[in-house]
Design a protein around this ligand. Structure first.
Ligand SMILES: Nc1ncnc2c1ncn2[C@@H]1O[C@H](COP(=O)(O)OP(=O)(O)OP(=O)(O)O)[C@@H](O)[C@H]1O
Length: 337
């Protein structure tokens, strides 16, 4: 459904400095599958989400790589073509804090009309209303919401409404950036349930869920990918990533959350010392080396490739990790801690 090959994008600052925020990311999501993306603030998650849409405007710039949605390569398309032919139908994107960006003086149904009219300017208001009413009913949202203004909705309802608006055209891929953060626990659960419903009912065909909290993704997405300093450092099934992480950074992330998800509550809170590298001048060797207690001098100097190893949990599936230690060595050092 979505395949990304060696995607590189950067910001160019006002002082003309390059910030390499997405630096050689490759990933694949099959139809009907979901991928969680986790990592600390500043590791490039939001930039990856923006870059995946193929919609670039300053200061973000495309450098190289391919983004293939359902067989069509959208990288290199003109922004106007991306807006008309990709956004909303091929890929829908829900940015961070999207619910706060809704114009408070506009009725919800007007937003839906705007989204639909970009792709189908002739669709009548009555047909749009009927489509929205049916979709809202299936997703458990009250019909009255369509006639309300954003300002009249609670935070949780506003976020679910934003998700319903963004997916009204049944996109192939939904990318949601921190869709449940800033909400209370009950609203978080409703948002997560709604995203699962969208998949189960076929309104979206694959999903990318971005969060800084890795354990939140357990039970939510099929696979999890961890980013660090603009690169993927590990990818595996949700279960493997949470209970059998390979990369020392993934392991650190598992211990660094304040309120672990149910089922992974036994984690102790351990901060990862140090800070990520400056993405204007990323280090040559392993980008995590100066924060990694297992690092050797080779880690500092040698570029680390992404390695594939067979998954223990899933036959025929390969998990990936970016570390110079072998899987056997990793398990050995973790067991001896
Ligand atoms: N407009 C910008 N101009 C220059 N650099 C930027 C810009 N936006 C982000 N960056 C830099 O790009 C890198 C990646 O940022 P990004 O926002 O993608 O990270 P993130 O993982 O999504 O963080 P968060 O969880 O806080 O949203 C960081 O080093 C950040 O400082």
């Amino acid at each position: 459904m979505l395949e990304v090959k060696n995607l590189k994008t950067k910001y160019v600052t006002r002082l003309r400095e390059d910030v390499f925020a997405v630096d050689g990311v490759s990933l694949k999501i099959e139809e009907g599958k979901s991928l969680g993306v986790a990592g600390e603030s500043g590791c490039g998650k939001s930039t990856l989400a923006l870059s995946l849409m193929g919609y670039y405007f300053a200061p973000l710039h495309y450098i190289s790589g391919d983004i293939i949605v359902d067989g069509n390569n959208i990288s290199g398309m003109k922004p106007d073509d991306v807006r008309r032919k990709v956004l909303g139908t091929e890929i829908a994107y829900i940015p961070q804090a999207a619910m706060n960006a809704l114009n408070p003086t506009q009725k919800i149904i007007r937003f839906i009309e705007d989204v639909i009219h970009v792709h189908d300017p002739k669709m009548s208001k009555k047909d749009i209303y009927d489509l929205a009413k049916e979709r809202f009913a299936i997703l458990g949202l009250p019909e009255e919401v369509l006639q309300k203004h954003a300002v009249e909705l609670s935070g949780g309802m506003k976020q679910r409404t934003v998700i319903a608006i963004s997916t009204i055209l049944s996109p192939k891929v939904l990318i949601a950036d921190e869709p449940s953060s800033a909400l209370d626990v009950t609203s978080q659960k409703m948002v997560i349930k709604m995203m699962r419903d969208l998949m189960d009912k076929g309104f979206i065909r694959s999903m990318i869920f971005i969060t800084h909290e890795l354990p939140l993704l357990y039970n939510v997405t099929d696979d999890i990918m961890v980013m660090y300093a603009g690169q993927i450092v590990e990818r595996g099934t949700a279960k493997e990533m949470v209970f059998d992480p390979l990369h020392p950074y993934t392991k650190g992330l598992m211990g660094s959350i304040i309120v672990p998800e149910e089922g992974v509550r036994e984690n102790k809170l351990i901060a990862i010392p140090g800070t990520p590298p400056n993405l204007k001048h990323p280090p040559k060797g392993c980008r995590f080396a100066d924060r990694c207690k297992y690092a050797t001098p080779t880690c500092m100097s040698m570029e680390v490739p992404n390695l594939e190893v067979p998954s223990k949990e899933n036959d025929g599936y390969n998990r990936e990790y970016r570390c110079l230690m072998s899987v056997r060595k990793i398990r050995e050092v973790y067991e001896n801690e």
